[in-house]
Each structure stands twice: as structure tokens, then as C-alpha cells.
Ligand binder design. Structure first.
Ligand code: ADP
Length: 228
């Protein structure tokens, strides 16, 4: 039901604007074309994320486990997103540089951190800061992504990882509207690594997302988590 609802809304809007263009009834054809373009883009993203979730669900997306240099991965993501941060007038600081190596799927972990940093940038107002930090404890490492955005209400903190869950639009950052699957996908990936992802937040001060991952060494081969 969720999926069909999410598909239907942009389709209805594409149909409506396309019909208006065909009838020559669109007051502003350029804008109508723009709406069609944006909604089609949103649909494409929705389908892509749904397919990704389906793969993770059925276990088809087997993790490609290799030794992972997490600080290098984080540095590469930060480098890639620095321009975007500058354009938004947000400072992006990477303090996550002392981390032991671990075994995992580097591409999938990069997807998780890209999503978290993207979200943090999207929700942080001009002049704000997004910070990456890290902690190590025996057997585990934790990477934090902290923003100085509006925060997430306490009663919604546990729900933002649910599929399709979105905070109300007024609070949903700027830029193209998401589909509420990014955090759900991130959680699946982290759990497949035997880890957890959580969030804390203070209204008006910001949010902090933490990814805690077990340090698995070569030889620890039996991490595959049987699906419930
Ligand atoms: P989307 O792709 O729609 O952003 P996500 O699964 O990434 O979906 O996020 C779920 C909800 O949590 C969204 O409504 C988003 O606005 C909110 N959210 C995610 N990260 C943050 C953050 N750092 N600060 C405030 N709200 C956030």
C-alpha cells in the first residue's frame, strides 16, 4: 500500500501536467515541463531505492567483504561533498581519522555514510556545520555524523529509520523531496554488517547519527546474519 501510494502521487502529477501541455492549457509550459521532469526524477529514484531494498531483503545483495580502510572511504566522501557543502554555506569537517581497519563491503558502507552526510547537509542551515567523528572500543568502532540543523522531535527519532517515514514537509530540509527510504536502506546495510545505526537529537541544536560496526578481522568469516 505504501509503495503504490508513493508511486501514484508523482504519476498523477505527471499525468495532469502532461495533459495540460497537450491541451495547450498550461499557463506556464516551462514550469509544467519542469514539474514533469522533477516528478519523473523522483519516481526513478524511488524505483531504484525500492529495487535496492528488495535486493537487501532477499539477501541477493551479498556483501562483498574485504578489508576496508574506513578513514579513506570517509575522506573520499567528504572530498566529494565539500563543494556541495560550500554551495550551501555549510562547513563540513572530518575528524574521523583514527579508526582501526575492518572487514566489510566498502561500497555499501560508502553508501551509508554518503546518505547520512547528505541528509546532514540538507538539513543544516547556512552558516552551520556538519562534523564527522569516530570512537573505537574493543571490538567495535563508531562513526558519528553530527549536524547543526533543526533537530528531530524525540517521538520521531525511532521512526525515521522506517521505510517511507518522512518528517513533515515543513521541516524536511531544502532541495528535492526524498522518498523516505535512505535511512531504511542504510539501516539494512549496517545490520548486514552486524552493526547498528542510531540517532540522537536536540531540537534547535542538531542531530547526531551514529553507526557502530564490529571490527572483523580476516579469518572471522561467519558474520552472515541469518534473516529473521
Ligand atoms: P529522505 O530520502 O526522504 O530524506 P531518509 O530516510 O533519508 O529519507 O530520512 C527520513 C526522514 O528523516 C526524512 O523526513 C528526513 O527529513 C529526516 N532526516 C534525516 N536526516 C535528518 C537530519 N540530519 N536532520 C533532520 N531530519 C533528518
Amino acid at each position: 500500500a505504501n509503495v503504490s501510494h508513493e508511486l501514484k502521487t508523482p504519476l498523477t502529477s505527471i499525468q495532469g501536467y502532461a495533459q495540460a501541455l497537450l491541451d495547450g492549457a498550461a499557463a506556464d509550459p516551462q514550469r509544467a515541463a519542469g514539474v514533469i521532469h522533477d516528478e519523473a526524477q523522483r519516481l526513478a529514484r524511488l524505483v531504484e531505492e525500492l529495487l535496492d531494498l528488495a535486493k537487501l531483503d532477499t539477501g541477493q545483495a551479498a556483501l562483498d567483504r574485504r578489508p576496508v580502510d574506513l578513514p579513506a572511504i570517509l575522506a573520499a566522501i567528504v572530498e566529494r561533498l565539500t563543494l556541495k557543502a560550500q554551495e550551501r554555506g555549510v562547513l563540513l569537517e572530518n575528524h574521523a581519522n583514527t579508526l582501526p581497519g575492518l572487514i566489510g563491503d566498502g561500497d555499501r558502507l560508502a553508501q551509508v555514510f554518503t546518505n547520512l552526510i547528505d541528509n546532514a547537509l540538507k538539513h543544516t542551515p547556512r552558516g552551520g556545520v556538519v562534523k564527522l567523528g569516530s570512537e573505537a572500543e574493543p571490538g567495535w568502532i563508531t562513526v558519528h555524523v553530527e549536524d547543526s540543523g533543526p533537530g528531530i522531535p524525540p517521538n520521531e527519532l525511532s521512526r525515521i529509520f522506517e521505510r517511507f517515514y518522512q518528517l513533515d514537509k515543513a521541516r524536511s530540509g531544502s532541495g528535492p523531496r526524498g522518498v523516505g527510504l535512505g535511512l531504511a536502506i542504510s539501516r539494512e546495510i549496517v545490520q548486514a554488517h552486524g552493526g547498528t545505526v542510531s540517532a540522537t537529537s536536540a531540537m534547535g541544536q542538531g542531530s547526531r547519527f551514529s553507526v557502530r560496526l564490529p571490527i572483523i578481522r580476516p579469518g572471522d568469516v561467519t558474520l552472515a546474519r541469518p534473516r529473521a
